[in-house]
Write a protein that binds this ligand. Structure first.
Ligand SMILES: NC(=O)c1ccc[n+]([C@@H]2O[C@H](COP(=O)([O-])OP(=O)(O)OC[C@H]3O[C@@H](n4cnc5c(N)ncnc54)[C@H](O)[C@@H]3O)[C@@H](O)[C@H]2O)c1
Ligand SMILES: [Zn+2]
Ligand SMILES: [Zn+2]
Length: 346
C-alpha cells in the first residue's frame, strides 16, 4: 500500500509498505478514505517531537471504513464508516477512567498514531483499542464533515471546555489557524457575551470572518483596547492561546483579567518565561497540555445537528500520489491554504 513516511532528518517520503495486520484482539484495521495534514506533522518533520520515530508512517487525523476487527472489538464492525482518534487509550487505567485519555498509561497511550506507531497517511491503518479509538460517523455526516473530529476539532472542544466559559464572559482566542478556528466554533456553543478572535495575518483574518463564526475577528494590535472596552478595563475572563507565535504566550496572560483562565493550546518549539514576580497578585489559572480527545461521539452528534461545521476549513484536496506537493503547500502556507484533505483512492 502507499504510505507517507517520516524518514528522520527533515525527510518525508511516499513509499510502498505492507498492509498492516491485527496485532491484538482489540485492534481494528481501517481502510483510510480521507486523511489530513496537521501542523504537528510539520513539528515532527522539523525534529521538534522527540518521541517521533524515524520510519513511522505519518498521519493522525483521518476517516475511513473498518476493514477488519479483532475478536474483542465490539463497538465497530467491518463496513462501518469511522473517525479515527489522534489518541490511543485503553479506557481502563487511572487516567482513562477520568477522561484524561491523553495521559493513558498504556505504552502506546496518548498521541502514538503517526508518531510512535504507524499512522493513517496511508491506504490502511491499524488502530489499537479500536473500541475507544474509532467513532462511527452518522449517515447524514460526510467524510469531509467528519475529517477533523479526532484531532483539531477535539482540540477546539477541549480548549473551550478548559476555558470554563459562562454566558457573561469575554473570551479571547489568539490565532485563527485551524486550531484557533475550531476553538472559536466550540467556544461559540457556550454563547459567551463577547468572543474575540485575534489573527496577525490579514488573509487568515478574512478567512475567519468568511466562515461565519459569531466572533469579532481583530488585529492583535487592537486587542488590548477592544478587550478593555468590552470589560470595563478588567481584561478577558479566559484566553485560549492557539497561535504559538513570537510573544503570544506573554500576550495571553497579559490579556486575562485577575483570577482569569489562560489555556495554552499552542505547542511551542522553544521555552517560554513565566515572570511570576510580575504576575503575583493576578491570581491567574494556567491550563496546558495535549488535548484529551474523549468526546468524539458528542462532536459527531453536534455536526449531525448542524451545530458545528468544519468543512469550510478544507481549502485544498490532493490525491495520495501528490502528498509531497500537499505538504509543501501546507508548510509554506501558499495559496491561502488552511487544511488539506488527502484522498486515498483517487
Ligand atoms: N494542545 C494540543 O493538543 C494541540 C492540538 C493541535 C494543535 N496544537 C498546536 O496549536 C497551535 C496552532 O495550531 P494550528 O494548526 O492552528 O497552527 P497555525 O500555524 O496554522 O495557526 C497559528 C495561527 O496563529 C497566527 N499568529 C501567529 N502569531 C500571532 C500573533 N502574534 N497574534 C495573533 N495570531 C498570530 C498565525 O498567523 C496562524 O494563523 C500549534 O502550535 C499546534 O501545534 C496543539
Ligand atoms: Zn494534529
Ligand atoms: Zn488508559
Amino acid at each position: 500500500m502507499k504510505a507517507f513516511v517520516y524518514k528522520g532528518n527533515h525527510e518525508l517520503k511516499l513509499e510502498e509498505r505492507p498492509r498492516p495486520r491485527l496485532q491484538s484482539p482489540k485492534d481494528a484495521i481501517v481502510r483510510v478514505t480521507l486523511a489530513s495534514i496537521c501542523s504537528s506533522d510539520l513539528h515532527i518533520k522539523h525534529g521538534a517531537v522527540p518521541k517521533a520515530i524515524p520510519g513511522v508512517i505519518l498521519g493522525h487525523e483521518m476517516v475511513g471504513v473498518v476493514e477488519e476487527t479483532g475478536t474483542e472489538v465490539s463497538k465497530v464492525r467491518p463496513g462501518d464508516r469511522v473517525t479515527i482518534n489522534v489518541e490511543t487509550f485503553c479506557g481502563e487505567c487511572f487516567y482513562c477512567r477520568r477522561g484524561l485519555v491523553n495521559n493513558c498509561q498504556d505504552p502506546d497511550g496518548g498521541w502514538a498514531l503517526g508518531c510512535r506507531i504507524d499512522g493513517g497517511q496511508a491506504e490502511y491503518v491499524r488502530v489499537p483499542y479500536a473500541d475507544n479509538g474509532l467513532n462511527r460517523i452518522p449517515d447524514s455526516v460526510t467524510d469531509q464533515q467528519a475529517l477533523f473530529t479526532g484531532d483539531i476539532l477535539s482540540t477546539g472542544y477541549w480548549a473551550a471546555d478548559l476555558a470554563e466559559i459562562k454566558k457573561d464572559d469575554t473570551v479571547v482566542i489568539l490565532g485563527a489557524g485551524s486550531t484557533g478556528l475550531c476553538a472559536a466554533m466550540c467556544a461559540a456553543l457556550y454563547e459567551p457575551k463577547n468572543l474575540i478572535l485575534a489573527e496577525i495575518d490579514c488573509e487568515r483574518a478574512d478567512f475567519a470572518r468568511q466562515l461565519g463564526i459569531p466572533a469579532d475577528v481583530v488585529d492583535p494590535q487592537d486587542l488590548k483596547f477592544v478587550i478593555s472596552d468590552k470589560t470595563a478595563g478588567r481584561g478577558a475572563d479566559s484566553v485560549i492561546e492557539a497561535a504559538g507565535g513570537a510573544g503570544t504566550f506573554d500576550l495571553a496572560w497579559q490579556l486575562a483579567r485577575p483570577s482569569g483562565i489562560v489555556c495554552l493550546v499552542a505547542m511551542y518549539e522553544e521555552n517560554q518565561i513565566l515572570p511570576l514576580p510580575h504576575m503575583y497578585g493576578k491570581n491567574l489559572t494556567f491550563k496546558t497540555g495535549g488535548v484529551h480527545a474523549a468526546h468524539c461521539d458528542r462532536l459527531l452528534r453536534l455536526i449531525a445537528d448542524s451545530r458545528l461545521d468544519t468543512t469550510g476549513l478544507i481549502t485544498h484536496t490532493f490525491a495520495m500520489e501528490d502528498i509531497l506537493e500537499a505538504y509543501d503547500l501546507f508548510e509554506k502556507r501558499l495559496d491561502g491554504v488552511m487544511k488539506i484533505a488527502i484522498e486515498m483512492n483517487k
